[in-house]
Design a protein around this ligand. Sequence first.
Ligand code: ADP
Length: 550
Amino acid sequence: MNGLMQAQQLTTAMLIRHAATNHPQREIVSRGADGALARSNWRTVERHARHIAAGLADLGLKPGDRVATLAWNRLPHLELYYGVSGAGMVLHTVNPRLFPEQIRYIIDHGGARILCVDADLLPIIEPLLADLPKIERVIVLADQADMPETRIADPISYQSLIGGPSAIAAWPDIDENSASALCYTSGTTGNPKGVLYSHRSTVLHAMSALANDSMSLGAADSILVVTPLFHVNAWGIPYSAAMAGSKLVLPGSALDPVSLYELMRDEGVTFSLGVPTIWFAFLDHLERERAIEDRQALKLDRIFTGGAATPRSLIERFRSLLGVETMQAWGMTETSPVATVCRPLAHHADLSDADQIDLRALQGRSVFGVELRIEDEDGHELPRDGEAAGLLKVRGPWVLNAYHGQPAGSALDAGGWFDTGDVAKIDPDGFLQITDRAKDVIKSGGEWISSIDLENAAVAHPKVAEAAVIGVAHPKWQERPLLLVQLHPGETCTKEEVMEHLADKVARWWLPDDVIFVEELPHTATGKLLKTELRKRHGDHFAAAADAVS
Ligand code: ADP
């Protein structure tokens, strides 16, 4: 017997219609390339999106066709999110920080016919276009009067796309399982792989973000979107903010601490999200440059972090400097991304401050819809005892089943689980703790050492700005940890000082065999430590050291 409820399809058009109808005046603030702020609202975003839908159809695009973007967090990018997917086409967001060849590969593999580019990013794309034969037209995200000189043939200005007479009158009906957006993993090893989100997965993921034990978003929130719109859909914020009716603050390309602070202060920001490295720079700025009254002027309430482990020191500093709660999340491009979020349970209320902070340094519990499982190397499920560490697998309605261009189901094991490539523990309360990426785990004398735990312990030292630990081949122990440290500007520090600091924080046999001080640690285009590069540079460190001794 079927239920007798309306089988309305879950689509992105449903989100923008809701925002435009119920939160029409709620503001969207966006910083342009010249630093000036533009102001819009959900009603106007929806109207522009209907113009985009009509304009793309006029260019000959059909449902399912891809439209690529190379753009910062600015208004046009947000409007394209809705205009493209609402019309049944697929928004392919591309990360401008990647190497040119990766950008070319990703755009070509995605198969887009139209490319939308911020004017300040044109120099990246101009030399690549000759090798992108599938791209038919380029839309420059600028007003007609501001169209830059370019050697691209027939560029279209964004203004002419949204300013013309044609707009679709209503959003078309779309099957909720059709694709809405495409995003590639940065592929630190091998070629990048495309993750193709559906309307249904997008709406369900957005709905999940509103839950109290997830991002807890509401109409009263003002959200500063530090996470790029080109990286896993800014963790779903364009969609969840429309669902909640929140105000959005889009910082453009200016992610320096001063610009972020000013936006937070002037736009009444209550919630922001980003990778830990951004927040470290922000906190350094607050500590150095802002008086207590300045800090108290902020309405900031919660900071959502993810993409890499959030060290305890970050949580502690947000708390002591601003009284702000840090919510750590875990996820990946393949999981839309939010899969777990760390918020305390009722029985944590009486924990000491120090224990509260320890708790928040965990990656958290699965949000409804996402199932987690850890396995040993033979595929046997490991207990949720907070002790056993194993390969982390996930499944759920916003977890991928195959990469773009691959047969359905090909990214899953026989039980329908996706192997995340992470190593983790799960405690009896369901809190996840990521101990490493499987390829970064340090195998010493048959035991595993967590590089993340060591890094977190090292950055707790006040002189240390960032730390990376890699496993390096060792004649006796197979691998031993090598710690690379980047100090805060102007600081000096010795190996002994670092080792002494670590001594009471990790097991003795975990202590790194050596410490190297570096000017700067290498990062991927999404801000993660580039450990492949570090292994290349320092992979023979212990062999070299042994040679030097003998
Ligand atoms: P890529 O950089 O390959 O595109 P993603 O941006 O999808 O990857 O990042 C996913 C990976 O980032 C996860 O598999 C995990 O290793 C790491 N990660 C994400 N969030 C956290 C977290 N809170 N703690 C530790 N690692 C994290």
